[in-house]
Ligand binder design. Structure first.
Ligand code: 0A1
Ligand code: ZN
Length: 877
């Protein structure tokens, strides 16, 4: 593969030639401009490979006002992305004055305005838009920040660390000075200034230190911050209990911002959040919102140790902090609710987003080898697969040794900028487990295929499991080496009980779940003293991010669905059964044969619904059919119309044949009393809305009446949204009326209207594209706001495969137009929107042509951002 111009490669890393010890920022904010004076204490890095005469700083999209070295003018040169200071000594101070216009910054990176609020987003390379700097994570400095602004327009002035001074100034202005005692990379810098209210609380750490907790929101929104505050306190306690990690500053602040490119950002002591991940009350937020808020508050808080105290050496190591922190937030969610649900959720997400990425043109290792634009690498691979990689280490080491490895990691690297290899070494050195081959998970892209076969020898009472692994080529990696894969398995007897497991060579049996070390293209594992022919439970807990193929009969899968003691494997058996059935129906349809749904499947779902031992959220998970994205990955070429028709067919058979069950589940799961966000209540609501959806499949009169009633009587947003989605899909006059009344009721609440946009964009029936085209012109829509764009255009392109891929390619054209329009305002968002077009190779010839045509049109556009160029060009190559 040739390397595209502008490509940054991991192997080219060199330590910074200079280090910056302290940064003193003076930021003066006014409606016209932001004036920044930065004083840097710079010295040569003794550990650098070379001793250059000049210092080259990063900087873009601002005006240089002046620069002085040790108080004197200095020879310097400015380019659009650098400032070079000529002939610098070994140690010196640099004073740089710059000016920028936050109000014109639509990219939402660097210093920008969200309505009247000034705020910053510096990860990955935003700090260079605030002032000239060595904007790389291995340059860690102590920051002092003085902010000056008009007191009445901008009463609250925040930055990282502790407030050390504040007061009035002339001309109606005031100032605040913040000092962060912890050295940090520039990407963790933050500043927020504006009119904000705040919810305050306290947390006492386990060593007895008092921490002030503050959540800042727009005036009036404080009552919607309670769940976020509770989540924060739970996170702080959990990190102490599980990892022994305490918070380290006197204050912890969160600010909610309406215009934000991502979910949230872990800036030291001053987390900035997308307001949708802070604000919640039962009237405006769904169970899913409540859950996401808890998880993301946890995620950002956990970054304080995994990310901030120990940070990344360079951006290729992004998964060092993200994979590990996602694993930690997943563990936290599992501990706060149902562990089984949490795991099922993780796997669903991985399969829906990461597996397609690993199979597409942007496939990259968890630790990428190169990038053109780093913002394009905040991916499901770096985050979700990265978390799976750390989870596998946890599985291989066991919880105690994993914890020891974490302790060693912090002991060795606190205050440093390190690599994924350093993390693996800490795990290895603390446990004695050899992770040499395992490290390939960081280096090799693609989802391994695992084929598992079993055979039973009754005479020898022996069960032999043969495991074959393979890994397909991915861009830039034609040949792959075999991986070290932890395969967690169990064996069930005829009554569905776990058998004690004894591997050949072992003296006694130990446990009923074993983790097999798969290391070779083909491995054989022999279980002894197996009294009868067992049914194998494979990949328990989803012990590795692989695609599993095992020749299991429908009867065996049904058996596992009813008996497996591992909840993930139990759910998975049902998904496999459902997937196989749907794929068979796709084939039948193609061959012009009737699509017949087996009684076996219907019976299995019936038994699940009747199983009194199962909790409601697990039942809801188990009766939900596999999603189209997951199913598509199982086909050599995705037949989206076939998949949709087959999935609908199965739905309607389940709806018909189990009508009495859906009705009784629906009635029994009726709630009472005020909204509570508890695992039981969430499960109840989920099962009830799942039943409602099945009951509405026939679109008949009774169904419509029931859905209308559900929607109108909804006591909270969870039910309202579930009812609205069903009604929108019914598409009748009732659906239109519900959409209209929802808008009327919530037109003043943009975050709630995002649900309204999203439901319409995801409705899989004909006419959706026309509707979406009208909605981009709707007065409630705002193409400068990332939440609006994702909830409408993103939801259509990524969440509605049926209509996005509808024959003719109009969906593709619409998306390309939106990408080009968005790119002029916000390249990061444009690049993210674009990704569904990258999967063109996975579709039939006609769709391939249509999708490629749009990608080509995009690449040829003049003035394209680096972000969009990278995705579009790699998608075509
Ligand atoms: N580190 C954040 C994610 C994040 C990344 C980039 C951003 O702006 C371009 C914003 C946030 C996290 O993992 O939560
Ligand atoms: Zn993160």
């Amino acid at each position: 593969m040739t390397t595209a111009p502008g490509t940054i490669r991991r192997v080219d890393y060199t330590p910074p030639p200079f280090l910056i010890e302290t940064v003193d920022l003076d930021v003066v904010l006014s409606p016209e401009a932001a004036n920044v004076v930065s004083r840097l204490a710079v010295r040569r890095n003794a550990g650098a490979a070379s001793k250059p005469a000049d210092l080259v700083l990063d900087g873009k999209k601002m005006d240089l006002v002046s620069v002085r070295l040790d108080g004197r003018p200095v020879d310097h040169q400015v380019t659009p992305e650098t400032l070079t200071i000529r002939g610098v000594p070994d140690s010196f101070t640099l004073e740089i004055a710059t000016r920028s216009r936050p109000q014109d910054n639509t990219e939402l990176t660097g210093l920008y305005k969200s309505r009247e609020l000034f705020c910053t987003q510096c990860e990955a390379e935003g700090f260079r838009r605030i002032t000239y700097f060595l904007d790389r994570p291995d340059v860690m400095a102590r920051y002092t920040t003085r902010i000056v602004a008009d007191k009445s327009l901008t009463p609250v002035l925040l930055s990282n660390g502790n407030l050390i001074d504040s007061g009035p100034l002339d001309g109606g202005r005031h100032f605040a000075t913040w000092e962060d005692p912890f050295p940090k990379p520039s990407y963790l810098f933050a500043l927020v200034a504006g009119s904000l209210d705040c919810l305050e609380d306290r947390f006492t750490t386990r060593s007895g230190r008092e921490v002030a907790l503050r959540i800042y929101v727009r005036p009036g929104d404080v009552p919607r911050c309670e769940h976020a505050m509770e989540s924060l306190k739970k996170s702080m306690k959990w990190d102490e209990d599980v990892y022994g990690l305490e918070y380290d500053l006197d204050t912890f602040m969160i600010v909610a911002i309406d215009d934000f490119n991502m979910g949230a950002m872990e800036n030291k002591g001053l987390n900035v959040f997308n307001s949708k991940l802070v604000l919640a009350n039962p009237e405006t937020a769904t169970d899913l919102d409540y859950h996401s808020i808890e998880a993301v508050i946890g995620h950002e808080y956990f970054h304080n140790w995994t990310g901030n105290r120990v940070t990344c050496r360079d951006w290729f190591q992004l998964s060092l902090k993200e994979g590990l922190t996602v694993l930690r937030d997943q563990q936290f969610s599992a501990d706060m609710g149902s562990a089984a649900d949490a795991r099922i959720d993780d796997v669903r997400r991985l399969r829906a987003a990461q597996f397609p990425e690993d199979a597409g043109p942007m496939a990259h290792p968890v630790r990428p080898d190169s990038y053109i634009e780093i913002n394009n690498f905040y991916t499901a691979t770096v985050y979700q697969k990265g978390a799976e990689v750390v989870r596998m280490m946890h599985t291989l080491l066991g919880p105690d040794r994993f914890r020891k490895g974490m302790d060693l990691y912090f002991q060795r690297h606190d205050g440093q900028a390190v690599t994924c290899d350093d993390f693996a070494s800490a795990m290895e050195d603390s446990s004695g487990v050899d992770l040499a081959q395992f490290r390939l998970w960081y280096a090799q892209a693609g989802t391994p295929d695992l084929k598992v076969e079993g055979s039973y020898d009754a005479a020898a009472r022996r069960y032999t499991m043969t495991v074959a692994q393979s890994l397909r080529p991915t861009p830039g990696q034609p040949d792959k080496k075999p991986m070290h894969i932890p395969l967690s398995v169990g064996l069930l007897d005829g009554a569905g009980r776990d058998l004690p497991l004894k591997l050949a060579g072992e003296a006694t049996a130990g446990g009923t779940t074993r983790v097999l070390d798969v290391r070779n293209p083909r491995d054989v594992f022999v279980f002894e003293d197996v009294p009868e022919k067992p049914v194998a439970s494979l990949l328990r807990g989803f012990s590795a991010p692989v695609k599993l193929e095992a020749p299991r009969s429908q009867e065996e899968l049904t058996f596992l669905m009813a008996h497996d003691s591992d909840p993930f494997a139990r759910w998975e058996a049902g998904q496999q059964l459902g997937a196989r059935l749907i794929l068979d129906l796709v084939e039948a349809r193609k061959a012009g044969k009737p699509m017949v749904v087996s009684d076996l499947f219907v019976d299995a779902i019936r038994r699940t619904l009747d199983d009194q031992r199962l909790d409601r959220s697990f039942i809801a998970d188990a009766v939900t059919l596999p999603g189209l994205a997951f199913l598509g990955e199982l086909m050599p070429s995705i037949d989206i119309e076939g998949l949709w028709a087959a999935q609908q067919r199965v739905r309607s058979v389940l709806s018909d044949q189990l009508a009495d069950r859906w009705s009784s589940v629906y009635d029994a799961a009726h709630g009472s009393g005020p909204y509570r966000f508890t695992p039981e209540e969430v499960g109840r609501r989920r099962l009830r809305s799942t039943a409602l959806a099945y009951l509405s499949t026939d679109k008949g009169e009774a169904a419509r009446r029931r859905a209308v009633e559900y929607f109108e009587k909804a006591g909270n947003m969870t039910e309202q949204v579930a009812g609205l989605a069903v009604l929108a899909e019914l598409g009748s006059a009732e659906g239109e009326a519900a959409l209209a009344s929802f808008w009327e009721r919530w037109k003043g609440e943009p975050l709630v209207l995002d649900k309204w946009f999203g439901i319409q964009a995801r409705t899989p029936t004909a006419g959706t594209l026309e509707r979406v085209e009208r909605l981009v012109e709707h007065p409630s829509y705002d193409r400068k706001n990332p939440n609006r764009v994702y909830s409408l255009v993103g939801a259509f392109a990524s969440g509605n495969p049926v209509q996005f891929h509808a024959a003719g390619g109009r969906g593709y054209r619409f998306l390309a137009d939106q990408v080009l329009a968005t790119d002029k305002l916000n390249p990061q968002i444009a690049a993210r929107l674009l990704s569904p077009l990258g999967s063109w190779r996975r579709y039939d010839g006609e769709r391939q042509t249509l999708m490629k045509r749009e990608l080509t049109r995009i690449v040829q556009e003049k003035g394209l951002s680096r972000d969009v160029y990278e995705i579009a060009s790699k998608s075509l190559s």
